[in-house]
Design a protein. Structure first.
Lengths: 266, 285, 156
C-alpha cells in the first residue's frame, strides 16, 4: 500500500545533467520557467521545446517518467484547454450545437496548454535528475548569502535534511496507526467530507504524539554529540562548481537571448 | 466444524513492479472454535502478512479465507462484518491510543461497530476488568498519563471490547519486562477462558507457545512449514533448528538430557512437566 | 531561539506535513485542493517552531512530490505567511485557522490564474482555493487543535 510509493521523483542515472551542481539546475529551472512567460507566440515555444527536449535526451531519463510528471495536473490541463476553447469569443470556426469554438479560442487553448506542459516538464526534470538530499544542499547554499539579512540558512537546511530522513519512518508509523485503527473499525474511505475529516483524528493524534517523541529523543541525541548549531559546520562532500556548470550557465544565457531576440524581431 | 478455514492463500507484494516479492505462498490450515493457535517463525517469514489477511486488511492474490461460514475474501464482503468477527492487536498497540479518556478510547471500537452508547459503555466496563484494570480508577484518565504496561492493557481492551470471535495478538509482550510479560500472558489466558473465542498468538517466545497453544503454525519464507500440536511441532528439533528457530526452554533442556544418554519417553514442554519428569527419573534411580 | 529542541520540533513538523501530503496524495495534488496536510496550519497555536516547520514541510513536499518549482515557491510562501499570521492570532484559537485560508486563497489563487492560466476570473480561482482550505483548516484542523490542546505538554 504505502510501501509502494518510491520516495521522491528521482530517476537514478549518470548523465551530465545528473552530475551538474544542484545550484546550477535550480537556477536554470527558474530561468527556464520565467523565460516561458516571455514567449508570445508558437515559434518561441518551439525554441523552448527544442531546448527542453535536448536536455531530456542528454539526461537519458525515459519518456515514461517525464510524462508521469504531467499526471497530477492532467485534469487541470484538460479542463483549462476545454474552457479556453469553448469560452473565448471570436471568429467562429466550428459549431457544435450551442457551443462554438472560435479561432481565438483554439489558439488560446493550445497556447496556454503548451506553456503549462513545458512548465511542468521543465520543473519535473529538476526533481528527476537531482536527489532530494542534493536539492536541499543546493537550496542551503543558495540561501547562504541571505544570512546577512537574517535568514537562518543552515538551520533551515538542517530541518530539510532531518525532515527527509524521517519521512520514511513517519510513513511507516502512519501506516501502522491507520491499520490499527482500521482493525478497530475506523473508516477512512467512505462518507461525506465532514465525516472523513472527523475520521482523521484517530490517525493524526497518535501520529503527532509519536512524532514529537521522536523529536525529543533526536534533540537529546544530537546534543549528546555536541551539536551546537551550524555556522561553521563543515560537510563531508563540499559542492564545487565545475566546468560543466559554467557551460550550462552559458547555454542558459544563450537560450534566453534567443528567446528574447525571437520575441522582438520575429 | 471449523471456525476458520484458510485455503491456498497466496499474496504478492508490489505486483508488476520490478521488486515484487511473494509474501505468502499456498498457505492452508484450519482452526476449530475455541482453539488457541500459536504462530511462530522469524522476521520476514510472513507472520504479519498472514494475520493481516485474516482480518481483511490485506486481500490475497489467490486463495480463500472462510471465517464462521463467511468468505471474507469475496468481493462483496463489508469491512464492518469482518471487524465484528475478528479483532487484531498489533505490536506495541499503545501507539493507537488517541482519545481524551480511557473510557472513550476503548469505546471507539464498539461504537464503530454501530453499538449504542449504552451498549458500548457496558462493553468498556467488561473489557477493562478482563484486562485486569480497575474501572473506577482508570476510566476517566487520559491514556497518555498511564504507565507503559497500563497503556498496553488499555489498547488490548479496546479490541476485546468489540467481542471478536477470533482475537489475534501480534507479540503482545514485546518490550515488556519479565513480570509484565507473564502478567499479559495470564491475561490472555483469562480472556480465552472467559470469552471462549479463538486466540491466535504470534510470538517469538517458544515457552509461551508451548504452554498455551492447542495448535502451532510454523511459518518460513511465506510458506507454512509445520502445522500441528505443540508436542508434534516441538519434537521436530532438527527441522526447527534448520528454520532458525529454537525449542521451548523446557524441550531444549530435555533434548540435552537425552543427548547425555538419559532415557526420557514423554515430551515435556513446560517447566512443570519437566519438573515432574525429573522427579520420576530421580525416584526411579 | 534556534536551540536544538526547536530545530527538531520544526523538522518533525516538516516531516509530518510532507508525509500527510504524500500518503494521502489523491486529495492533495488532484483538482480538489483538500490538502489534509493543511490541517497542520493550526500548529503555530502550540509552538513557534511550526512557522519554519510548516514552511520547510511545504518545500520538502514539493521536492518529494510532483508539482515542482512553482508550487514550491508560491505554496511555501503562502504557508510561511499564514503560519506567522496564525502565530500572532494564537490567543484566540477560533481565529487560528483563518490566516492559511486567506493567504492560500490569495496567493495560490493568483498562481493558478496568472501562472497556470486557469480560465476563470481571478476571484473565482481564489474562492475555489479558499473553499478547499476552509475544509482542511476548520473541519480537520480546528478539531485537531482542540484534541491536541489536552496534550500541550508534548510541545515542551
Amino acid at each position: 500500500m504505502i510501501r509502494d510509493i518510491t520516495l521522491g521523483q528521482y530517476y537514478p542515472g549518470s548523465s551530465i545533467i545528473h552530475k551538474l551542481d544542484p545550484r546550477t539546475k535550480i537556477i536554470s529551472t527558474f530561468i527556464f520557467i520565467i523565460t516561458l512567460f516571455l514567449v508570445k507566440d508558437f515559434l518561441g515555444y518551439l525554441i523552448a521545446t527544442i531546448a527542453l527536449g535536448t536536455t531530456i535526451i542528454i539526461s537519458r531519463v525515459p519518456l515514461k517518467f517525464i510524462l508521469k510528471g504531467l499526471k497530477p495536473i492532467f485534469l487541470i490541463i484538460i479542463f483549462t484547454f476545454t474552457i479556453n476553447m469553448f469560452m473565448t469569443k471570436g471568429t467562429p470556426l466550428i459549431s457544435l450545437g450551442f457551443l462554438t469554438i472560435s479561432k481565438e479560442g483554439l489558439y488560446t487553448a493550445v497556447f496556454m496548454g503548451v506553456r503549462l506542459v513545458l512548465l511542468i516538464i521543465g520543473s519535473s526534470l529538476l526533481t528527476l535528475t537531482t536527489k532530494p538530499i542534493n536539492l536541499t544542499d543546493g537550496i542551503e547554499k543558495l540561501l547562504r548569502p541571505l544570512r546577512k539579512i537574517g535568514v537562518p540558512a543552515h538551520e533551515l537546511a538542517m530541518m530539510m535534511t532531518i525532515a527527509l530522513r524521517f519521512i520514511p519512518t513517519l510513513l511507516e508509523e502512519t501506516d501502522k496507526i491507520m491499520k490499527a485503527q482500521m482493525a478497530r473499525g475506523a473508516d477512512f474511505e467512505s462518507g461525506n467530507i465532514i465525516k472523513r475529516a472527523k475520521a482523521l483524528i484517530p490517525l493524526l493524534v497518535p501520529l503527532f504524539i509519536s512524532a514529537f517523541r521522536i523529536a525529543q529523543d533526536l534533540a537529546m541525541a544530537m546534543e549528546a554529540r555536541c551539536y551546537k548549531g551550524g555556522d561553521d559546520r563543515t560537510r563531508m562532500n563540499e559542492m564545487k562548481l565545475q566546468g560543466k556548470d559554467v557551460a550550462a550557465f552559458l547555454l542558459m544565457i544563450v537560450f534566453v537571448a534567443i528567446i528574447l531576440l525571437q520575441r522582438i524581431y520575429f | 466444524m471449523y471456525l476458520i478455514e484458510v485455503k491456498n492463500l497466496t499474496h504478492i507484494y508490489s505486483e508488476g513492479m520490478p521488486y515484487q516479492t511473494s509474501a505468502l505462498t499456498d498457505v492452508s490450515f484450519n482452526v476449530k472454535p475455541g482453539e488457541f493457535v500459536g504462530i511462530i517463525g522469524h522476521t520476514g517469514s510472513g507472520k504479519s502478512t498472514l494475520i493481516q489477511h485474516l482480518n481483511g486488511l490485506l486481500k490475497p492474490k489467490s486463495g480463500k479465507i472462510i471465517i464462521d461460514n463467511v468468505d471474507i475474501t469475496s468481493k462483496d464482503i463489508k469491512m464492518r462484518d469482518i471487524r465484528r468477527k475478528i479483532g487484531l492487536v498489533f505490536q506495541y498497540p499503545e501507539y493507537q491510543l488517541f482519545e481524551e479518556t480511557v473510557h472513550k478510547d476503548i469505546a471507539f471500537g464498539p461504537l464503530n461497530l454501530g453499538l449504542s452508547q449504552e451498549e458500548a459503555d457496558m462493553r468498556v466496563k467488561e473489557a477493562i476488568s478482563l484486562v485486569g484494570l480497575d474501572y473506577e480508577e482508570i476510566a476517566l484518565r487520559s491514556p497518555f498519563e498511564l504507565s507503559g504496561g497500563q497503556k498496553r492493557r488499555v489498547a488490548i481492551a479496546g479490541v476485546i471490547a468489540m467481542k471478536p470471535q477470533v482475537l489475534i495478538l501480534d507479540e503482545p509482550t514485546a518490550g515488556l519486562d519479565p513480570k509484565a510479560h507473564s502478567d499479559i500472558l495470564k491475561m490472555v489466558e483469562k480472556i480465552h477462558k472467559t470469552e471462549g473465542n479463538v486466540i491466535i498468538l504470534v510470538s517469538h517466545n517458544m515457552g509461551d507457545i508451548a504452554a498455551l497453544a492447542d495448535k502451532v503454525l510454523v511459518m518460513d519464507g511465506g510458506r507454512l512449514a509445520l502445522c500441528g500440536s505443540p508436542e508434534d511441532v516441538f519434537s521436530k528439533e532438527d527441522l526447527l533448528k534448520s528454520l532458525g528457530l529454537a525449542l521451548p526452554p523446557a524441550a531444549e533442556f530435555i533434548s540435552k538430557l537425552k543427548g547425555k544418554g538419559i532415557n526420557i519417553s514423554s515430551k515435556p514442554l513446560t517447566v512443570e512437566e519437566v519438573e515432574n519428569e525429573l522427579y520420576n527419573i530421580l525416584n526411579n534411580n | 531561539m534556534k536551540n536544538t529542541k526547536f530545530l527538531m520540533q520544526a523538522a518533525i513538523i516538516s516531516a509530518i506535513y510532507a508525509v500527510l501530503t504524500i500518503s494521502l496524495m489523491p486529495f492533495s495534488y488532484g483538482i480538489m485542493q483538500v490538502r489534509i496536510s493543511e490541517a497542520l496550519t493550526i500548529l503555530p497555536y502550540f509552538t513557534p517552531a511550526a512557522i519554519p516547520g510548516l514552511f520547510i514541510g511545504c518545500l520538502v513536499s514539493n521536492i518529494v512530490g510532483p508539482y515542482g518549482i512553482i508550487d514550491m515557491i508560491f505554496g511555501s510562501g503562502a504557508t510561511l505567511i499564514a503560519a506567522i499570521g496564525s502565530y500572532f492570532l494564537r490567543f484566540k484559537p477560533i481565529l487560528v485557522p483563518l490566516p492559511p485560508i486567506i493567504a492560500n486563497a490569495i496567493i495560490i489563487g493568483s498562481m493558478l490564474y496568472f501562472a497556470y492560466g486557469v480560465p476563470f476570473p481571478l476571484p473565482a480561482c481564489m474562492l475555489w482555493v479558499g473553499l478547499g482550505e476552509l475544509i482542511s483548516c476548520y473541519a480537520i484542523g480546528y478539531p485537531l487543535l482542540k484534541y491536541l490542546d489536552k496534550y500541550k505538554k508534548i510541545f515542551n
